[in-house]
Structure formats: C-alpha cells, structure tokens
Design a protein around this ligand. Structure first.
Ligand code: PEP
Ligand code: MG
Length: 362
C-alpha cells in the first residue's frame, strides 16, 4: 500500500486503531476498487451497475432488452449481456479478494437507456429483428414525466424479473469462478435498490436465492453471500422492522432518502439551498451533510426497528454523505457498522471515523 509510507501512514494507523466504523468504498470499476484498496478501503459498500449497461459495446443489447415487449425478447437480449456482466464482477472480485463487495442490482432512470437518434433505433431494430416504428411506439409507452420517481430500482426487477436474474447469475458465476481459480472466495452482498415494502424485497430475494442455488449446483461449489436492501425511501425506514425479516443488511441511500424526505430534487437542489443555508433553515446543505433532524430521525428509526427484528443485521451508508466528516460523526452516533465513500475520500472517512469514535468516548 503506497500510502502507508511516512507520517501519513503513521497518522492513518493511529486513526485505524481508534475507529469503530469500518470504511468501505463506492466503486464500480476494477481501477476504482484498486485505488480505494490502496487508500485502505475494507470492502465495496456500493457497486452501482448502471454504468456497465451504458458501455458502448452493449448499449444496443440493453436497449433491445428495455424495448422488448415480451419476456422472450428480453431474455434474448439478456443472453448477450450475461458474459460481459460476468466479466465485470470477475475483475472486481479479483481486486477485492476476500473483502465484502456490495453489488447493487440495476437502478436505472429508464429514460436514459432509451434510444433517441434515428441511427440508435435502427441499430436496435436490426439487433432485435423488429421494425423501427414498433420500437418507437414502445419507447413512447415507456416515457415517464418524472423518471426519478418512476419505474426504477426494484420496480424494474418486479416487472421484469429476468433482468435481476441475469445479474444474480453473473454475480454467482463470477464468484464461483474466482474462488476456483484463486482459492479466495469472494464475499458478494447483493443489494436491492429503492425498496419500499417487505413484499418487494421478498420477491427479489426469491429470484436471487433461486439463481444462487442453480449456479452452485452447476458449478459444484457454494459461496457465502448476503441479500439486503438500500433504505432510501421514508416508507422503507418506517417499515424497517418488517423489511429486516427478509433483508440481511441495510445500506442507507442518503442521496435518495434526502430527496424523498425533504421533497427536494437531488438534481436541482443547488439552485436554492444556498439561500436556505444562509438563512439558517438548514445548518448545512442536506445533500452534503446529513439532515440530522429529519433524515437522521428516519435513519435512527430504521436502525432501531431493523435491529429489533434482526439483532445482527449489518448496517451501512452508501450515499455521498458516507464521505462527509459531519455525517460520519452522525453515523457513529447512530450505531452503523460501516460508511462507504468514493475512493479518494476513504482516507478522510478513516480519519473522521476515528475522530467521531474518540469524541463519543469522551
Ligand atoms: C443513494 O440514493 O443514496 C444512493 C447511494 O444511490 P444512487 O445515488 O445511485 O441513487
Ligand atoms: Mg439511490
């Protein structure tokens, strides 16, 4: 680890000796995972899978999948996507060796995947052997006025279960292959996004567990894994007691939880929040530092209700707040197990976690 040289290394070693919170990273490429490990990350707390689907070599198959009007059509496209998705996870597992890797199933704003240009429609039409006009009609059907509150997260997995099935297969096949090749069994934690109800998570866990079982039989090997959920909607926080009957871990998605609790768009918030901070309505920008009263109250409720159901539930945070020192101090007080920060924020998070632990001990 290059950073462990000199005074910086000494400081970090002190911090690590003092902190209670584990520090993971938000990373979705092998390169980012390597950077974060060099900075001392103890696992991946959030591997988003959306960008993998935008890869130039696969976007046509992704569009084919989204625009298909039958399960058979979607499966044809998903068969093309599986090998590349498996390779994505294989490389990440190899870099992270036997550290936990939380992989979040697809959470797309659907409209971002839709074709816009004529040439894009033509490519999909050719790949799927359907007429351009039919694809355009389907794209119009899928159009949403407010995609961030629309058909995203697990709602996609509920309507099109075969998408999450493909991703789960890619995760478990990759994990078995890496274990067989390197002798280090990866620790996948499969995370379902935008859950609001127990039933949603139950349905998605069913798909994940069935897929794991099938892959383990095919590969002649079992891998230990967890299935959990993001807590990023107020309803999920309030119903955490029920959701923990199914989920083995919670990760607080404070970007969406802030948006949905305050009713403020995370994409446009910057326009007026500065004056809100100037006028003392918020102490800090709530998209940077956790709004400890509103969002924080929901987190405390979810922690208490989740632990009441499942005392050993693993609790983390993976919103941008996971790299913010004031929010990390809040997470220490709320009793979370880990924070997850972008790779370059990992050292800051290690220091902030140590400061928070020292302060709480008095
Ligand atoms: C979140 O909502 O806090 C989160 C981590 O997910 P995303 O930013 O990808 O919506
Ligand atoms: Mg989110």
């Amino acid at each position: 680890q290059p950073e462990l040289a000199g005074d910086f290394g000494t400081l970090m070693a002190w911090a690590d000796g003092a902190r209670r919170l584990k520090v993971r990273t938000n990373a979705e490429t092998p390169h980012d995972c390597r950077t974060a490990r060099d900075f001392g990350a103890e696992g991946v707390g959030l591997c988003r899978t959306e960008h993998m689907f935008f890869d130039a070599g696969r976007i046509t198959a992704v569009r084919q999948m989204i625009l298909a009007d039958s399960e058979q059509g979607r499966r044809a496209a998903l068969d093309k996507l599986l090998p590349e998705q498996r390779a994505d996870f294989t490389e990440i597992f190899e870099v992270m060796t036997s550290l936990p890797v939380t992989i979040r199933l697809l959470d797309p704003p659907l409209h971002e995947f839709l074709p816009h240009e004529e040439a894009e429609f033509a490519e999909v039409a050719e790949a799927a052997s359907v007429a351009v006009d039919a694809l355009k009609r389907r794209a119009a059907e899928l159009h949403e006025v407010n995609p961030m509150l629309g058909h995203r997260g697990c709602r996609l997995g509920v309507t099109y279960p075969e998408i999450y099935e493909m991703q789960a297969r890619a995760i478990f096949e990759a994990a078995c292959d890496v274990a067989a090749r390197t002798g280090n069994a990866p620790i996948p934690e499969v995370m379902v996004p935008l859950v609001a109800t127990r039933r949603e998570l139950d349905l998605m866990k069913g798909i994940i567990d069935d897929t794991a079982k099938a892959v383990f039989v095919e590969k002649g090997r079992e891998i230990a894994y967890l299935v959990g959920t993001m807590i990023e909607l107020p309803r999920a926080a309030l119903k955490a007691g029920e959701i923990a009957e199914v989920g083995q871990f919670f990760s607080f998605g404070t970007n969406d939880l802030t948006q949905t609790t305050l009713g403020v768009s995370r994409d446009d918030a910057g326009r007026f929040l500065t004056s809100y901070v100037d006028k003392g309505i918020f102490a800090r920008d709530p998209f940077v530092s956790i709004d400890t009263e509103g969002v924080g109250e929901l987190i405390r409720i979810a922690v208490e209700r989740g632990r009441a159901t499942r005392p050993d539930i693993k609790l983390g945070i993976c919103g941008e707040h996971g790299g913010d020192p004031a929010s990390i101090a809040f997470c220490e007080g709320a009793g979370l197990d880990y924070v997850s920060a972008s790779p370059y924020r990992v050292p800051i998070a290690r220091l902030a976690a140590a400061q928070a632990a020292l302060k709480s001990r008095g």
